[in-house]
Structure formats: C-alpha cells, structure tokens
Write a protein that binds this ligand. Structure first.
Ligand code: ASP
Length: 580
C-alpha cells in the first residue's frame, strides 16, 4: 500500500478520469445532507473531495465523523466539476475527486484557533506552532527561506567557498552583546560561552590557508528580543584571504541577487550605492537609513550664524527637515515629544498650511532666514539646534518616524545600500576611554595605521554595513593581520599586555605565524529572509522562535533546574525560581 500517488494541489483538468490516492488534512468539511464535501490539503494545495453515499456507503460513514485537521487518506476518481461549481480562485477549482474509499488516519482535538482565522494572537500561534505551520503563510515562508538558502549555498560553492564548521561552545567573542554561558561539569566553576559569531575561528581559517570560508552559522547573543532580534539566529558568515573591500562586497551582492532570482523576485540593481558613514549620518541621521524615501536633513548652521533667534545663533549646529505635510498643533506636540526622546530640548518649526506660515519663532527670524527656510505650502520645517551628535540623533529619529507615519516609502522599492568608512573607535562612556565600533579586529584604512594610538578618534576603519530598506542586514570588515597592529588596537581599548594575552593570546600567536591579509562579512540570514518574504519580523521565518520575554511558548522553556543538577555543575542559583 502507498499512502499517496498524487499530491492534492497538483491535480488539473488533464487528470480527469485518473484514479488517485491522496493523503492530507481536512481543511474544511461541508455536509450537504448526504453529500459530504471535504477540502483535502497537503503542502502543495487543496482539492475538493466529494463523498457520495450512493457511490460509497462506507466512505460516507467515515466522512460523517471527519472534523477540521483530521488526517485522511482518500482513494477515488478525478472528475470535472459541473460548470456552475467551478472555483476559478483555486488552481484545482475545475475538478474534484469522487471518493470510493476514505480512511481517517489521525484525529484532531478541537483546535485552539482555525487555520484561516485572521489576527490570531502570536503567543497562541507559537504555542501551537505545528498548527500555525500548516497555514499558507508559514508554509510559504519556510519554503521560500529554504529556496533562498539553497541559492546562497550554490553561489558560495560556485565562487569556491569552503563550508567549515566552527564550534558553538567557545571563549567569549566580543561582538558587543552579553554571552550565553555553558557550565562545564568536568571542570566545575568554568564556563564556555556560546559563540556570538564565529569571528575569530573564521580568521584562524584564513591563517590556516582555507582561503575562502563560509558557513550558515548559528550565533547566540543575550540581548533584548525585538522584531529583528532573537537570542539565537543564523548568519551567512564569510571570510576571504587576499582581498580588498570591493571583493567582499561583490560576493554579498551576488548572494542577494541569486536569492531574489531563486524566489522569483526581480533582483535589485548592483552594485548597490556605497555611502560614507559621515555622509549618511549628516544626510539621514542614521547609519542605516531607509532610502526608499528622501527627506534629507538640510544644514542651516551657516544661515543662522548671527541669527536674532538666540537658540539658533548659539547652537554649534542647526539643521532641519522639510516634512511634506502641514502639521496641526497636536501633531507638532507629538513630534516634539519624539524629538525630546532623542535628546532635543524642544522642537522649533515653521508650518505653511496654505493660508499662512505659523510658528512661535517666526518673529525672531531674520529676513535671510525666512527666505532660506520659508516653507512651501503644505509643508513643515522642523529644526534641531544643538551639538552635532544630538542634532543627528534627533533629526534621524524624526526622519525615521515621519517615514513610517506619513508612509513615505514606496512599498515596491528595494533600497540596498553599503555604509562604508566607519570610525574605528568610539568613546566608551563607562571607562571614559575608547571602545571598538564594529569589533576589535577591524583594520584601519591603509595609511592611517600610525595614528591608531596617537589619534584614535580620527582613525577610519575598513568596516562596512549592508542596509536594506532601513534594516541592517550585516557587517564586515577588512581585518588586522599583524599582531603589532592588533596589540595597538587592544592598547587603545585599555588592555594591557597581560589581559591581551589572557583573552586573545591564541589570536596574537596566529597573527605572528604567517597571517594573510583577509576580510569578511556576516549577513543576518533571518533578517534577510524576513524582508525577502515581505514579513515585518524575523519570527515569521523562524520555525520555532522565542517571544519578547525570552521564553519559548511551545515547550515552556526556560525552566528552573533541580539543585542536584546545578550542584553537579558547580552552580548555586541565587534567583528566586518563578512560580510554575
Ligand atoms: N562577526 C561579525 C558580526 O557578527 C561580522 C564580521 O565582521 O564578519 O557582526
């Protein structure tokens, strides 16, 4: 016996007359007084089964009990539907199967939600993920993800990359997040960290002569969960020896194009625009701007030097946005709140609602300023006046907010972007020293090596980010391949020789034993797949994600552990276990 010899969604008019055996789930069941109609579903689609007691009394008996999501096997004949019964919305809508034998293979308890129900609470969906997975949305997302990943793997293979597995349990990798720790029973009191990324291992692969490494790598980071963040996630992780930045960017662009093509979407144009960090920050107030809309930040610093309006005249930097809408007072109050959340003291504005220009600061502005800013009809000019960092943050925050609120982005546009030339270091508030912007293994721009220690703030790193519609898809860099330079970076970060050797001795030794120039990248695969699938968050492309609290609604994890287990691991819990 075979469970099936045809798939539900594959049958067509050409199959009329064929005898088929199908297996699948009862999507819906309608009892028309004697005749029972069941839509049978498998992953390929649905087909209508007709159970007629005159044709098969035993099948009719069996059909009587069938409820949604029972698993059935049906054997019968493919028949053309009567013209008035044709359903043009279904690929199998011209035919049906007249059933001779029906078997219930598996029953279902009443369902916590119906598969075609809209807006089912996400916790409920995740609690019963096996049901949720049967919906067209999840079926599509999981299969689309597979197709894109297969295309990426093919591309990597064609380009000569070697898939190398690296350990999950390792020493902490500094990617800027907290580590998840794994206690070691054989050495109580010691811990592995789950890899935040395979960063150092992939660099060691380059020292080891692998030349082109890739991996679809699991990464673990203890960070708050968000639309684009889970504790555990996958990266397309890449490292290449003897390359320049452009070689790495080219590989990534090829992967993106191949993924689009594989899932049947029109690929974006390559090469993607390359913008410098300083430039994107000034124009968009963010290193990951959504470029599906303009709304660029304009500079007013020069025009406002000597302004009669003291707030402008005294601010080191004055910049503004011109929003394509004449906001009401209430809307402006809300925008001011948002500006304050980003660090502004207030929000100066000029509104042109068609009849007049409204603004509390109107009377303070000079004629030159009014000419420079005088808003067009139906627009509002929003100002930020403060130090450069605050102005950038405030206007960047407002720009992103307005983009969403006014729906400025063309939903059909795909805006890819490389942000390049980030600073190598930034101020570390707690230590009042310096810390890395990307990670400490990023090389400075060629020619600026000698300034690493003398002018950390002025050194630009060979770091690049890939952005799609305002989402950061991933980061990479050309790496440091000399131990001396690596040690100089560690020193700027306040690490003495002893600490360097304790934490990164293995890396320094490797760099001292013939390390080739190299660079790489990591693409956040789940983010990429979510955007490729047109989903608003990564949980929709992950089979079994966790929710914002950090729990897994399906298994109920995490759970407390008995003292006996902890003792064996050399651990005593000081937290009060939650009530179970
Ligand atoms: N390891 C880095 C990250 O996970 C990526 C890279 O530099 O290749 O962001």
């Amino acid at each position: 016996m075979s469970w099936r010899d045809a798939m539900c969604g594959d049958l067509r008019a050409a199959d009329v007359g064929r005898r088929v055996t199908l297996s699948g789930w009862a999507d819906t069941r309608r009892d028309h007084g004697g005749l029972v109609f069941v839509d049978l579903r498998d992953h390929t689609g649905k087909i209508q089964l007709v159970v007629n007691p005159e044709r098969s009394p035993s099948a009719a008996d069996e059909a009587h009990d069938v409820r949604n999501e029972f698993v059935l096997q049906a054997e019968g004949e493919v028949v053309a539907r009567a013209p008035e019964a044709v359903n043009p919305n279904l690929p199998t809508g011209g035919i049906e199967v007249h059933v001779d034998t029906l078997r219930v293979l598996s029953r279902s308890t009443p369902l916590p939600f119906q598969l075609d129900e809209e807006n089912v609470d996400e916790n409920l969906r995740l609690r019963y993920r096996w049901l949720d997975m049967r919906t067209p949305r999840m079926q599509r997302n999981l299969r689309l993800s597979h197709t894109a990943v297969a295309a990426i793997r093919r591309t990597m293979d064609e380009l000569g990359f070697v898939d190398v597995w690296t350990p999950s349990m390792t020493k902490g990798t500094p990617e800027g997040a907290r580590d998840f720790l794994v206690p070691v029973r054989l050495q109580p009191g010691t811990f592995y960290a789950l890899a935040q990324s395979p960063q150092l291992f992939k660099q060691l692969c380059m020292v080891g002569g692998v030349d082109r490494y890739y991996q679809i790598a699991m990464c673990w980071r203890d960070e708050d969960l968000r639309a684009d963040r889970q504790f555990e996630f996958r990266q397309l992780d890449i490292e290449m020896a003897f390359v320049e930045r452009e070689d790495v960017l080219d590989v990534l662009e090829r992967c993106v194009v191949a993924s689009f093509a594989a899932v049947g979407r029109k690929p974006p144009f390559v090469p993607f625009p390359r913008l410098q960090y300083a430039d994107v920050m000034r124009r968009y107030g963010s290193d990951k701007p959504d470029l599906r809309f303009g709304l660029e930040i304009q500079d007013a610093t020069e025009v406002t030097r000597g302004s009669p309006f003291g707030v402008f005249a005294n601010a080191p930097v004055v910049r503004y946005l011109v929003a394509p809408r004449a906001f009401s007072r209430a809307e402006l109050a809300r925008l001011e709140e948002i500006a304050k959340e980003w660090g502004a003291k207030g929000l100066a504005y000029l509104v042109n609602d068609g009849d007049e220009v409204r603004s509390p600061i109107l009377k303070f502005l000079s004629p030159e300023e009014l000419i420079a800013f005088g808003p067009d009809r139906g627009t509002t000019v929003l100002f930020a006046a403060a130090d450069e960092g605050t102005v950038t943050r405030v206007l960047g925050g407002l720009r992103a907010h307005l983009g969403r609120e006014l729906e400025l982005a063309d939903p059909d546009a795909q805006a890819f972007l490389w942000t390049l030339d980030f600073p190598l270091f930034e101020h570390h508030v707690e230590s009042e020293g310096w810390t890395f912007v990307h990670h400490p293994f990023t090389a400075p721009l060629t020619g600026s090596e000698h300034r690493i220690e003398s002018d950390p703030a002025g050194v630009v790193g060979q770091h690049y980010d890939l952005i799609w519609n305002g989402w950061e898809l991933g980061s990479g860099s050309i790496r440091i391949h000399s131990a001396e330079m690596q040690q100089a970076v560690f020193r700027v970060m306040g690490m003495g020789e002893e600490e360097q050797r304790a934490k990164f001795g293995f890396l320094l030794e490797a760099l001292e034993m013939g390390a080739p120039p190299h660079g790489g990248f990591a693409l956040g695969l789940d983010r990429f797949l979510a955007l490729l699938a047109g989903e608003p968050d990564i949980r929709q492309v992950i089979a079994f994600p966790k929710v914002a609290s950090g729990s897994d609604p399906l298994t109920g994890a995490p759970t407390p552990m008995p003292d006996s287990v902890l003792r064996e691991l050399g651990i005593r819990s000081i937290a009060d276990a939650p009530e179970t």
